[in-house]
Design a protein around this ligand. Structure first.
Ligand code: SF4
Length: 280
């Protein structure tokens, strides 16, 4: 069996930065209570590792005003930041700089009275955070058909969740441009997302099956699996090494492997090693 591992598999810059910050804090925190604001990233193994090192995810409601809280790579809304400040808790902001950039585009245009259209997954923490920066002038668009149901608007600014599908964003942007010819459309899909998605499409043309590794709660991992499936290639989304028992890849000669932006390298290594060993 030939196995090809995608160059872009695993942590993106923003996730690596957030995890490195959390691990550094874990090492130096002493007796201080340290939390992450919700799960730091969408990967269960990383959350388990952080818990072992004394950092656990909490919801705002549980916070008592003591200790330190780390803001996840996806960022949060200004009102959430304000509420945390009022509780007197120390904040360490691990928001990805690229998400900060999208937040600033939104704030600038919301201040100039633009309606802000955010193309993304309604319940995703990044999108919820971005909405908070629209000062109540934001609308989330989850699919092409939602564009037709939009009310008439004079000034329209469009951004995408950083891990959106590039093809989907292009289709939705085009429909928005038809309805609102003067719309300002910003390409805010992260280049690491773009490269990961292009690589999987290329791999799908070369391999017999694709394995995507990553959290089931990770939207970008699920999207990667969906892109692979849409290329018509057998695709298996697995989260951990034990999941290999649930799939049968023995009949495929060439297997491509990629992983979502929140999948740690050690999980990818573990799974690739297990596949190679199963062949020996
Ligand atoms: Fe940042 Fe891009 Fe990773 Fe999102 S996908 S956290 S924007 S580096």
């Amino acid at each position: 069996m030939e196995i090809k591992l995608a160059k872009m598999a695993g942590f993106c810059m923003g996730v690596r930065r957030a995890v490195d910050m959390a691990l550094y804090i874990a090492k130096h925190k002493g007796d201080e209570e340290v939390y992450t604001y919700g799960p730091l990233i969408h990967n269960p193994q990383t959350i388990e590792l952080l818990k072992e090192r004394g950092i656990r995810p909490v919801e705002e409601i549980e916070l008592t005003g003591r200790g330190t809280i780390i803001i996840r790579a996806h960022g949060i809304s200004p009102s959430e930041t304000q509420r945390l400040r009022e509780k007197g808790i120390r904040i360490i902001d691990a928001t990805c700089p690229k998400v900060v950039h999208v937040q600033s585009i939104i704030r600038r245009h919301a201040t100039e009275n633009y309606s802000i259209l955010i193309i993304g997954d309604r319940d995703h923490p990044e999108v919820e955070g971005l909405m908070g920066h629209t000062f109540g002038q934001g609308i989330i668009i989850g699919g092409l058909d939602e564009v037709d149901r939009l009310p008439d608007m004079e000034k329209v600014c469009v951004v995408a969740q950083t891990t959106q599908s590039k093809d989907e964003y292009a289709k939705i942007s085009e429909r928005i441009r038809q309805r609102f010819p003067g719309a300002l459309i910003f390409d805010t899909i992260c280049d690491s997302t773009e490269k990961r998605q292009s690589e999987i499409k290329k791999m799908a043309g070369e391999m017999d099956a694709i394995i995507i590794i990553g959290g089931r709660n990770s939207a970008n991992t699920r999207r990667l699996a969906k892109i692979s499936e849409s290329c018509g290639i057998p695709t298996f989304h697995i989260e951990r090494v034990d999941d290999l028992k649930k799939i049968d890849v023995s009949g495929f000669g060439k297997i491509g492997i990629s992983a979502g932006a929140s999948t740690p390298n050690w999980v990818i290594r573990q799974i690739v090693t297990a596949i190679v060993r199963s062949e020996e």
